[in-house]
Design a binder for this molecule. Structure first.
Ligand SMILES: [Zn+2]
Length: 390
């Protein structure tokens, strides 16, 4: 899926449009890349390497057009050679499953807005390089820094899909806030229509507070948020992967800066994607990667201080526009690619570490329900011998 990749000849990170322009080919005149000479395609496989792992074998993928109205719905990009069937990426590369991701990321309905957004970020990157705020060397350093972090803080991926599902069942016992917060008491059973299921759920939750505490803030185990973690488990089961907790503060800073920068970038891109804007930056797909990559670079250059990086962004936006637009790009260099999914997986590891009863949550809740009913029964029996008002 990488929108940008590293060109050995140009010695910089480029998106496909920039690489074609540097090679005297106009994607504007031929957006579907129909007339592209074979030599140029062959050159790409030699010259371009993946930002994440230095894989070679780049294919040039034209922008997708909507079948319904012929409008562009996907941005032209690099893809790393599955022509011979083999996947050239390092198994731990963020882009190892680019085929699947491309489908998810590129064919959503707001893809044309997204192309405009990634171009707006590219424009900012070019300004920054031209104006001397950062260099290709800085981008390369950031890439190496992240690879080192990943190697230094690696853990064995021992989380299973069953554990993720268990965590989802665990969180499902949480109901929304309710004014009714009293713990169960046997007398409650006498209430007409007393909700035993709800009471048992709450009791289970209250006895398992330590499990909920093990889950990181803003991590949710829901069907929608488990999709990507489940894919990652499938790819990396038993492998050594990054422990995301060491990067947590840095990621929070990146989200802060990206959220701040977003308003400006939307304005420049002259798009108004309100549904996208309301969500969390990490859920924005390719546009999110672009903003997160730029925000990461600004933070990397400012000792991960969000205030300083925000100020740097404001200065960057005020720099003169690049004359050629070919200085470079860094969207493929988002070091926090897939970070939210890794957080979900990591929280599941923490839950497993403090869990003492691994039986299905439903089974445990059922046991508690029987226990509560028995407590009520014992209380009611005691009442019959005495002065039971009911
Ligand atoms: Zn790769």
């Amino acid at each position: 899926m990488p929108i940008t990749a590293y060109s050995n000849e140009a010695k910089r990170e480029l998106d496909l449009e920039q690489w074609l322009a540097l090679n005297a080919y106009s994607p504007q005149a031929d957006p579907q890349l129909l007339a592209m000479p074979d030599e140029l395609r062959a050159k790409a496989t030699r010259d371009i390497e993946c930002s994440g792992c230095r894989a070679r074998g780049a294919l040039l993928v034209r922008g997708a057009l909507s079948r319904a109205n012929g409008k562009p719905v996907g941005q032209a990009h690099f893809r790393f050679g599955t022509a011979g069937g083999a996947n050239p990426h390092h198994p731990l590369c963020d882009f190892v499953e680019e085929g699947k991701e491309r489908r998810n990321d590129y064919l959503a309905s707001f893809a044309s807005d997204r192309s405009a957004l990634t171009r707006a970020v590219r424009d900012l990157v070019c300004r920054g390089i031209q104006g001397g705020m950062f260099t290709q060397g800085d981008m390369r350093e950031m890439r190496l820094w992240f690879l080192e972090e990943r190697a230094r803080h690696a853990v064995t991926l021992d989380v299973t899909p069953a554990l993720l599902q268990w965590c989802a069942d665990m969180q499902a016992t949480e109901e929304g806030w309710s004014p009714d917060q009293l713990p169960f008491s046997p007398e409650h059973g006498r209430l007409p229509g007393f909700d035993w299921d709800r009471a048992a759920n709450r009791e289970w939750k209250s006895r398992n507070k330590h499990l909920f505490k093990a889950v990181q803030f803003r991590v949710h185990f829901r069907r929608s948020t488990l999709k990507r973690p489940l894919q990652l488990l499938e790819q990396h089961a038993g492998a050594t992967v990054l422990d995301p907790s060491v990067l947590r503060e840095k990621y929070e800073a990146v989200i802060l800066v990206a959220g701040f920068a977003a308003g400006y970038v939307f304005k420049v891109a002259a798009t108004k994607p309100p549904t996208l804007f309301r969500g969390h930056v990490s859920d924005w797909g390719a546009a999110g990667h672009a903003l997160l990559a730029l925000s990461s670079l600004l933070l990397y250059l400012n000792e991960w201080d969000a205030d300083r990086a925000g100020a740097a962004f404001a200065l960057l936006a005020g720099l003169a526009p690049s004359t050629s637009g070919l200085e470079g790009n860094l969207i493929g260099l988002n070091p926090f690619h897939d970070y939210p999914a890794w957080q979900v997986i990591n929280s599941a590891r923490h839950v497993a570490a403090v869990r003492t009863d691994a039986r299905p949550v439903v089974e445990q809740v059922d046991d508690i329900k029987a226990e509560l009913k028995a407590a009520y029964g014992a209380w009611a029996a005691g009442q019959q011998g005495g002065a039971d008002p009911g």
